[in-house]
Design a protein around this ligand. Structure first.
Ligand code: UDP
Ligand code: UDP
Length: 450
């Protein structure tokens, strides 16, 4: 390690949506700082464990520190979201993780960057060790504004929740709030409040967005009493040293330019079997070419349903000339970059949104849970995509029917104005990704300058 550079340790929590921005930030910083990344084992999904292996193999200068969590009796937590559970376990083990990090690091640590989901637990340890602590917020600046304001809102509305008016910024309708927040005693609500209150005591909040994409949220955040908010986005995808040879790309290579709709709901959002059927029929009726990644369970190791069973006999045969359906992991970043892709039906996980922004790909937003409606609102406001707000999400029984899906997909793919405005977002994203952007500001701070 180069002793003249700051040594930064990054702590991801769990889930690909959290791991990916941490490794992107680590890779982006690795030319300017010495980097340690903590991997907390075992991971919840195989996608995470493959990502760690490929990442450490691809960036040999980045120092890995493994921390083994004590075993957990998962039968006692059968109905709990396994990723929420893992975030809670990481927080419980934070001081052990911290001591292990200090013992295993190859040189003294000058700053730590913690994933927001572990902030409330990591901050006290870093403070007591005199190490500056930055928080990586893994969603949008819009979500960050809501996240920051929520404890104040909850303080004056302790029993029930309604529309959340963020003074001087915007009102977040109750229908757009992550479902668990409807219950003030839910562990998610409690941990969100804890993380929000800790985050404001950190040395800085890092967010993977850029000025022209979310100008109002960033301006609001900077006008607030809070540590510096550093917009480092859009963080470029990590460059893995393995090549991605897959039928997906041979198929995409054969399709006309901008003709394919890519459909994915991220790494952990399962869709009901009934809704998957309607979506399939809608894609078929749209007449568009499509590449569709299907997930039927929250954790990839539990995904065992056969495609024919899911989609109905004959579906794959009927669409084989113009549709490809995959149940495994696809390199989404490479897909969105491919010239054949002309639109993205997305759940609006923040990483997916930033990837669509980097390549200027039109988005049809279909948020499913959590922060995704707040992110979908950014997509619609920025001109990156369309958001049919009445389409159902978590906790709502109603299905979005095939005819509605078909019409809206066709509308998006034919919308030249949207194509142009998404490309404009893409140009702004590319120019924001310059070396003198927020990342340079972050490096200055990591070196101890203000
Ligand atoms: N991803 C991917 N291939 C897949 C599914 C997901 O490469 O088959 C990546 C995607 O590009 C994104 C991340 O996994 O970087 C998912 O994060 P996001 O915030 O979009 O959604 P989440 O999975 O957290 O709901
Ligand atoms: N979050 C948190 N504590 C928790 C769960 C979530 O602070 O126990 C944060 C999480 O990091 C994210 C936001 O709340 O920034 C919204 O969570 P969501 O349900 O959308 O999960 P994600 O999309 O991050 O997987």
């Amino acid at each position: 390690m180069d002793p003249s550079r700051p040594h930064v340790a990054l702590l991801p929590s769990s889930g690909m949506g959290h791991l990916i921005p941490v490794t992107r930030l680590a890779a982006s910083l690795s030319d300017l700082c010495n980097i340690t990344v903590i991997s907390i084992l075992p991971t919840v999904s195989t996608a995470e464990s493959h990502h760690f292996t490929d990442f450490f193999n691809s960036y040999p200068k980045i120092h890995p520190v493994n921390f083994q969590l004590p075993p957990l009796d998962s039968s006692a937590h059968r109905n709990v979201d396994p990723f929420f559970l893992r975030w809670a376990r990481i927080r419980e083990s934070a001081s052990d993780i911290f001591s292990h990090l200090l013992k295993s690091a190859p040189s003294p640590i000058s700053a730590i960057v913690t994933d927001i989901a572990a902030a409330s637990a990591i901050l006290p340890s870093s403070r007591s060790n005199g190490i500056p602590c930055y928080v990586l917020f893994t969603s949008s600046a819009a979500m960050l504004s809501f996240f920051k304001y929520f404890p104040t809102y909850q303080g004056s509305n302790p029993v029930s929740i309604g529309n959340v008016e963020i003074p001087g910024l915007r009102t977040v309708p109750v229908a757009s709030l992550p479902r668990p927040l409807h219950d003030p005693s839910h562990s998610f609500t409690q941990s969100l409040i804890g993380n929000s209150l800790s985050m404001v005591k950190s040395d800085g909040i890092i967010v993977n967005t850029f000025e022209s994409f979310e100008p109002d949220s960033l301006a609001w955040l900077r006008g607030e009493q809070s540590p510096p908010v550093i917009a480092v986005g859009p963080l470029p995808p990590v460059k893995m040293a393995i090549s991605t040879v897959s039928t997906v790309f041979t198929w995409l290579d054969e399709q006309p330019e901008r003709s394919v709709v890519y459909i994915s709901f991220g790494s952990r959002t399962a869709m009901s079997k009934e809704q998957i059927k309607e979506l399939g029929l809608g894609l078929e009726a749209s007449g568009c070419r499509f590449l569709w990644v299907i997930k039927t369970s929250m954790v990839d190791t539990e995904d065992r349903t056969e495609l024919n069973q899911l989609l109905g006999e004959g579906f794959l045969e009927r669409v084989k000339e113009r549709g490809l359906v995959s149940k495994g992991w696809v390199e989404q970043d490479e897909v969105l970059r491919h010239k054949a892709v002309g639109g993205f039906l997305s759940h609006c996980g923040w990483n997916s949104v930033t990837e669509a922004a980097i390549y200027g790909v039109r988005v049809l937003a279909w948020p499913r849970l959590g922060d995704q409606r707040i992110n979908a609102d950014v997509v619609a406001r920025s001109g990156l995509g369309l958001w049919p707000e009445e389409w159902s999400w978590e906790g709502e029984e109603s299905l979005v029917m095939a005819a509605e899906i078909s019409n809206t997909v066709k509308e998006m793919m034919a919308d030249e104005k949207l194509l142009k405005s998404a490309q404009k977002v893409g140009e702004a994203a590319q120019s924001a990704a310059r070396p003198d952007n927020g990342l340079a500001e972050l490096v200055r701070k990591l070196k101890g300058f203000n």
